[in-house]
Design a protein around this ligand. Structure first.
Ligand SMILES: NC(=O)c1ccc[n+]([C@@H]2O[C@H](COP(=O)([O-])OP(=O)(O)OC[C@H]3O[C@@H](n4cnc5c(N)ncnc54)[C@H](O)[C@@H]3O)[C@@H](O)[C@H]2O)c1
Ligand SMILES: O=C(O)CC[C@@H](O)C(=O)O
Length: 525
């Protein structure tokens, strides 16, 4: 039974879902990195929010870990490249808290417009400061939206409902989508110059870090109010404090900080500054949504192989998974065959599908081919880290889907270019489930790729098979299956034998010296 650790505060329904789906679950929150490191080795899955930092050290200790699920959107607390290199799937729940976070941004916009926190504090202090809090209306004002994805687009729709104009800067926002959203697409400088309120909704990346830098803050309209419910690090906090002090920025509300938990930000105590402790996702609705989603997604992956919302692996729905499973087994074997036989350090690989295979999601098939193929470089390769390792090695991966009808109802072909030219192997599924090799380097040969095998290329001459059988028999090696193919009578032939035990090097050397043998290789599937 797979075992999952929930290491951050999460709605209790998550633990119940794991139990209902047959996954053992421990809920242990508030552990130090050292404590987490000591216990993580026993878990197949890890469910987190933002407190748990999944670093290289934690991943090195996570010897059984297969999947990490973030109950939320941002995954900056997970070292995704390292998780990928270790073959660990990383998932998030990209929509569960979007509405809640958008509402928090709108709440902060109103709090800024009417200085609600300070007015509340002074009223409760008995000051009745009726003349000290002159606010502004949002109606008719321009909202500058930096980042127009899930949350940004919800913020835009709410702002339009409040009769604001919305100007959006997002390099990935198409003009059509901007029209659909009812916003005006603009470059960053235009947005900075025009916005009365600016709200940030991008991830923190090399391009967005300090997007509101000192220089860009200086380009904003005097009296602008700024809201950040996305990620700390998007705004230069010291420059923001200076802009608030000078009055250029009339107000700022941050839910997120460059360093969290933020205990001593330069902004604390600044007039017209409002802060919340990363509460964007904190509503009961959002927390139930993300907890349920993460538990479903992790359970699906651990129990059925279904992949949803993974950041480092193609999606594979729980419905698709059983259909694709035999294809992935076939693809992995074909990839492994090519990987074991190709002598050169290859720089490209093509995966072609036709017939029934062409109707399927090709990404998991490609992942499986690469996982089999990359095993020539490392035995810790799987579907998750294979594409990553392939990229690291500069392997060019091509996927081709053919409409044509071939000899087989379904076919997967893997081709590599070697110094001897293109080399390709192809396989099909018998009865929609049994993986069979059907072609090798242009020669029709039908074989089940399983266990220890011997591959021989030879001249098609009488008595050859007998000589191979004798050599193996004398070495005490039992033959399981015998699979033959030839280019033409008396021409080049291929022999694929399954044998019960690994073939020792001295036996292979003997076989290589048999008359008619061009090359021979021991294979393992
Ligand atoms: N405060 C919270 O509790 C809380 C809750 C949920 C999400 N978040 C954060 O909110 C952010 C947005 O989440 P989302 O679900 O809308 O993400 P999303 O991926 O749907 O949208 C992000 C948008 O940013 C855009 N973008 C990327 N680079 C950009 C750049 N250089 N300039 C301008 N735009 C750029 C993308 O094109 C995309 O449209 C994330 O950082 C997420 O972690 C915070
Ligand atoms: O889990 C949280 O409270 C914060 C979540 C938020 O930052 C996110 O990116 O989803």
């Amino acid at each position: 039974m797979p075992k999952v650790l929930i290491s951050d505060q999460m709605d209790p329904q998550a633990a119940q879902i794991f139990k209902d789906r047959g996954v053992e679950v421990d809920v242990i929150t508030g552990k130090t990195p050292e404590e987490l490191k000591a216990m993580i080795g026993q878990y197949d899955g890890l469910a987190i929010r933002s407190s748990t930092k999944v670093t290289k050290e934690i991943l090195d200790a996570a010897t059984n870990l297969k999947v990490i699920g973030r109950a939320g959107i941002g995954v900056d607390n997970v070292d995704i490249p390292y998780a990928s290199s270790k073959g660990v799937v990383v998932m998030n729940t990209p929509f569960g808290n979007s509405i809640t976070t958008a509402e928090h941004a709108i709440a902060l916009m109103f709090a800024l417009a009417r200085q609600l926190p300070e007015a509340n504090a002074q009223t409760q202090a008995g000051k009745w400061p009726k003349n000290d809090f002159m606010g502004v209306e949002v109606t008719g004002k321009t909202l500058g939206l930096i980042g127009a994805g899930n949350i940004g687009s919800i913020v835009a729709s709410r702002a339009l409902g409040l009769k604001m104009k919305v100007v959006a800067f997002d390099p990935f926002l198409t003009p059509e989508r901007a029209v659909e959203m009812g916003v005006e697409k603009a470059d960053l400088d235009t947005l900075l110059a025009r916005a009365d309120f600016i709200t940030l909704h991008t991830p923190l990346t090399d391009q967005t870090r300090n997007i509101l830098s000192r220089e860009n803050l200086a380009k904003t309209k005097k009296g602008v109010r700024i809201i950040n419910c996305a990620r700390g690090g998007l705004i230069d906090e010291v420059a923001l404090k200076d802009a608030l002090d000078s009055g250029h920025v009339a107000g700022a509300a941050l839910d997120v900080f460059a360093v969290e938990p933020a205990k001593d930000s330069p902004l604390f105590g600044t007039p017209n500054f409002i802060s919340t402790p990363h509460l964007g996702a904190s509503t009961s609705e959002a927390q139930v949504n993300v907890a349920l989603q993460v538990a479903e997604q992790l359970s699906d992956y651990l129990m059925t192989g279904g992949v949803t919302n993974a950041l480092n692996m193609p999606s594979l729905s729980a419905e698709e998974a059983p259909k694709l499973k035999p294809y992935m087994a076939l693809a992995e074997k074909l990839g492994s065959l090519v990987g074991q036989l190709a002598a050169d350090d290859l720089d490209n690989i093509a995966i072609e599908v036709e017939g029934a295979a062409a109707e399927l999601n090709i990404k998991p098939i490609t992942g499986a081919v690469l996982s089999g193929f990359m095993r020539r470089y490392s035995d810790t390769v799987n579907m998750v880290n294979a594409p990553y390792l392939a990229r690291e090695r500069g392997l060019d991966v091509r996927e081709v889907r053919h409409d044509r009808e071939g000899d087989y109802h379904t076919l997967v072909r893997v081709t590599v270019n070697t110094s001897q030219g293109a080399r390709s192997v192809a396989g099909t599924l018998f009865g929609n489930s049994a993986a069979r090799l059907v072609e090798m380097f242009g020669i029709g040969v039908e074989a089940e790729l399983e266990g220890h095998m011997l591959y021989i290329v030879n001249e098609d001459t009488p008595g050859f098979i007998g000589r191979v059988g004798t050599a193996l028999g004398e070495a005490g090696i039992n033959i399981g299956t015998f699979n033959l193919g030839r280019r033409s009578a008396g021409g080049e032939a291929v022999l694929l034998l399954s044998v019960d035990d690994a073939i020792p090097q001295n036996v292979l050397d003997t076989i290589c010296k048999l008359p008619g043998v061009k090359r021979a290789k021991a294979l393992k599937f």
